[in-house]
Ligand binder design. Structure first.
Ligand code: GLY
Length: 570
């Protein structure tokens, strides 16, 4: 416990907007360390310590969890440019103090001029340069509309108040960590031909270094316009003009009509019951919630708690569950506004039982028996944050540009990085995307359609009371990361920190390989799994599950050390 004097700077003093000094007070803040924190009034966990600080300040200034989450979302566009964004999209799961749970889909949409074959080359093969790094890679951004809609509906503070900290961070700058500075240098070195990207992410005299004060004046101007004008400040006016001009210049497809037509969608959450807990997660166009509930339904029939963590039997069971769920993903999931997703059937417990009939506790199944597939991912950049306030309002929000720094194109004069989310569509039934995920007609490119996602912002309740807020980046590994955090806590009785720290495994049906993080599997378990017929391959650590657990009114926040963010509570 330590006493903290918090001053949320008045952006009013600088910019003449309405908030002024929001709070000057003596507050008892129980920040245990950057990665872990305990509190009972509010908690924010994100991949960026500056953004978590913004979220905590907003809570302490009288904002609710939605105010805080919206402020964190905008702050991440400044301090975590790998995935935090204005030019991307995301999903939020919100639990109100009344107990109602809802979700907001602010996923990007395919521009009206999109074509199903736009990422195929002349010989009909998937062209990763087009799909990932050209202007065609960008979908119509949803983040600004989503964050502002969330705020309009449930926020308590004025819009200017929740945007002020992000403006301040962009305008006055913040000190770069060595890690972020090194990522910016790598980015700039790879795109010498993109002047706006080079200008944003370096200085006129050369690359940025750890400890440098990094200012983003263009982004500050864009954020200030959004603060003044709301969504209109992004989807119309000079910011929209700049996006459309950059699209025209670079051969992209986003036109003013796409920006005018963009609307986030309130959707019902996917709900499942697992050993008496209620699990709420994101429905289509994310595959996250359906797969998570499907996998939990399959696991429920097994005595998971009796299988020690790291044990071959447990990893075999998890793998077979994951194999079956991911095979369904490729076949059945897409944007529900375009494709009849059989959500009820896929999340039905009888279906889970039927799916596991072919499970053999001693032998690996073959993915050939259920389908076909291709290669594994490279970039897995997305970011997740969790927030709770003293009234039990909870926000679980995952947002992304898709790859790290999206398409790596900055819209000149705006500081906005463009997403490369169009790669999350199936380029053709035969092609895998950058995550190695296959898809078919359900996820084919169509104008105004939202591309399938794996993002899985999740809220778990125990007997109607808050229990867990979690989610993760990681492309196709997002859903299995969230699954493992939940199972580690519910079945294995781990506390939040241990549940999040625990090394992870991942199987996605195709390729038919168990990926495992460092120290996830002992040499003897590896041998036993190989003897069962599994192929295994070690990968870098998976996921970044910035989570909050709640027990007897106490909030425990833990920032996943794989990325090194901050949990801050009071
Ligand atoms: N772009 C990663 C995802 O949406 O799953």
């Amino acid at each position: 416990m330590r006493l903290d004097i918090l001053v949320l700077h008045g952006a009013k003093l600088r910019y003449g907007c309405v908030i002024g000094v929001l709070l000057i007070g003596l507050v008892s803040a129980s920040v245990v360390s950057a990665s872990g924190s305990v509190g009972s009034k509010g908690m924010v966990v994100s991949a960026s310590s500056e953004a978590s600080r913004v979220g905590l300040d907003i809570l302490m200034a009288g904002g609710n969890a939605v105010d805080s989450a919206v402020a964190v979302g905008f702050a991440l566009s400044v301090t975590y440019p790998e995935a935090g964004n204005l030019g991307g999209g995301g999903f939020a799961v919100i639990r109100l103090p009344t107990g109602e749970v809802m979700t907001l889909d602010h996923r990007e949409q395919a521009p009206l001029a999109s074509r199903p074959d736009q990422f195929l080359d002349d010989s009909g093969q998937y062209d990763p340069d087009k799909a990932l790094y050209s202007h065609l890679a960008s979908g119509t951004p949803g983040s600004v509309d989503g964050l502002l809609r969330l705020h309009e509906r449930f926020g308590r503070l004025p819009r200017e108040a929740v945007l002020a900290p992000a403006i301040e961070l962009a305008e006055s700058g913040f000190r770069l960590s060595d890690v972020l500075a090194s990522r910016l240098r790598d980015l700039v070195a790879g795109v010498p031909d993109r002047p706006a990207t080079v200008a944003k992410f370096s200085t006129p005299s050369g690359p940025l270094k750890g400890g440098d004060l990094w200012r983003q004046p263009d982004l500050a101007r864009t954020l200030r316009t959004i603060s003044k004008e709301g969504a209109a400040g992004f989807y119309t006016g000079w910011v929209a003009d700049a996006i459309v001009a950059e699209m025209k210049r670079g051969g992209g497809l986003i036109a003013q009509g796409d920006l005018d037509g963009y609307v986030s969608v309130w959707r019902e959450p996917v709900h499942g019951r697992y050993r008496g807990f209620d699990v709420y997660s994101m429905g289509p166009p994310s595959s996250g919630g359906i797969l998570l509930v499907q996998m939990l339904n399959m696991l429920e029939a097994f005595d998971v708690a009796s299988l020690p963590l790291g044990n071959a039997e447990l990893i075999h069971l998890m793998t077979e569950v994951e194999r079956r769920a991911y095979a369904d993903r490729a076949e059945h999931l897409g944007d529900p506004d375009f494709w009849p997703v059989p959500q009820q059937a896929l999340t039905d417990t009888d279906y889970a039982a039927a799916r596991m009939k072919s499970f053999n506790p001693e032998r690996a199944s073959s993915s050939d028996d259920v389908g076909h597939g291709l290669v594994f991912p490279e970039s897995e950049q997305t970011t997740h944050f969790s927030v709770i306030d003293s009234d039990g309002m909870m926000v679980s929000l995952t947002t992304t540009l898709n790859s790290s720094f999206g398409s790596q194109w900055v819209v000149p004069g705006t500081g906005i990085l463009l997403n490369n989310e169009m790669d999350d569509f199936a380029a053709s039934a035969k092609s895998a995307n950058q995550y190695g995920l296959l898809g078919n007609a359900a996820n084919a490119i169509e104008p105004r359609k939202r591309m399938l996602s794996s993002m899985s912002p999740t809220i778990v309740m125990k007997s109607g009371q808050p229990y867990l807020i979690t989610g993760s980046p990681g492309g196709s590994t997002i859903i299995t990361t969230v699954l493992q955090v939940i199972v580690n806590m519910i079945d294995h009785g781990l506390d939040l920190e241990a549940a999040v720290r625990r090394p992870r495994i991942h199987h996605q049906w195709r390729p038919d390989v168990i990926y495992f993080g460092p120290n996830a599997i002992s040499p003897s378990a590896l041998e036993a799994l190989r003897a069962m017929g599994h192929e295994l391959e070690q990968r870098p650590p998976m996921g970044d599950a910035n989570s909050i657990s709640i027990h007897s009114g106490v909030f425990t926040g833990f920032a996943d050390p794989r990325e090194g963010g901050a949990a801050l509570g009071y």
